[in-house]
Design a protein around this ligand. Structure first.
Ligand code: SAH
Length: 266
């Protein structure tokens, strides 16, 4: 199980976020070079929360556990990543509520429960059970929150976004965390990202009428894809596809509400 991995990186104390602390200042892969002077933290990151953010996150984690999230690794990751750093200053007080929030350009950051649920499903992949999640592809970086959570659960995270404005925003948001294993890509995620394939896990934060074949093609044997998909009735549901040596196995799970998967870049 992932939580037994001795090198689980959640020991990194994201919550203190002190620039210059040893072991925390690593370049965000694919981002512009780290500034030589530590970047002052955004005012909204430390103000307006009304209480210590670690305590609010711990409460969120208790709610996640009570709602059925069982993976210790996922709960630890959710308790580690500061969600309030990914939302607008006006929304900081809602950052640890179980709600989706607008992130600009008509898109939303998913509810913590959905992020945790999808992460947990991803960790259920055969490849994760037999070792750990090596490479993961995320379609729909948005503000970068899910990518930060995944960075604690997988060795390498490739995250692709089709909207330039959000790709840039995610890069800005993630710079603070200095996650060397997160690779942000700008492009049409419907094509996947062949250069990083095969993936132990693929996770999509946007749903279409079908899962693009590029995604299943880029999945490793033993790998798992977790994505929202619109069914015949027009309802969106979470779909899990396992790639086995015998072929693809699909499960349709609970109803979800994700933004639409769109082709092309903008
Ligand atoms: N995981 C994100 C959720 C973002 S919402 C977070 O933690 O914030 C889903 C995102 O998917 C949107 O930003 C949307 O622009 C993006 N998206 C939709 N279709 C896409 C595509 N074909 N390729 C890449 N990103 C896509």
């Amino acid at each position: 199980m992932a939580q037994q991995r001795p090198s689980f990186p959640a020991r990194l104390d994201f919550s203190s976020g002190k620039p210059g602390a040893p072991g925390k200042i690593l370049p965000v892969s694919g981002a512009s070079p780290a500034p030589s002077k530590p970047k002052p933290q955004a005012a909204h990151a430390t103000q307006g929360l009304g209480m210590d953010s670690a305590a609010v996150r711990a409460r969120m984690v208790r709610h996640l556990a009570a709602s059925g999230i069982a993976s210790a690794a996922v709960l630890q990751a959710m308790g580690t990543v500061e969600r309030h750093r990914f939302v607008d200053s006006a929304l900081v007080n809602q950052a640890y509520e179980d709600t989706s929030l607008p992130i600009g350009l008509g898109q939303t950051i998913s509810k913590p429960n959905v992020v945790a649920r999808m992460s947990e499903l991803l960790l259920g992949a055969e490849l994760a059970r037999t070792g750990s999640l090596a490479r993961v592809l995320e379609i729909g970086t948005g503000c970068g929150y899910q990518a930060a959570v995944l960075s604690l659960l997988a060795r390498e995270v490739y995250s692709i976004e089709r909207l330039r404005g959000l790709h840039d925003k995610a890069r800005e948001n993630l710079r603070h965390f200095r996650l060397p294993n997160v690779h942000l890509l700008f492009g049409d995620g419907m094509l996947g990202y062949a250069k990083g394939a095969p993936y132990a896990g693929i996770i999509a934060a946007a749903g279409g009428a079908a899962v693009p074949q590029a995604w299943t093609d880029q999945l490793a044997i033993g790998g798992r894809l977790v994505a929202p998909m619109v069914s015949g009735t027009g309802q969106q549901a979470l779909v899990v596809i396992d790639r086995t040596a015998q072929g693809l196995k699909q499960q349709v799970l609970e109803a979800v509400h994700f933004v639409p998967l769109k082709s092309g870049i903008a």
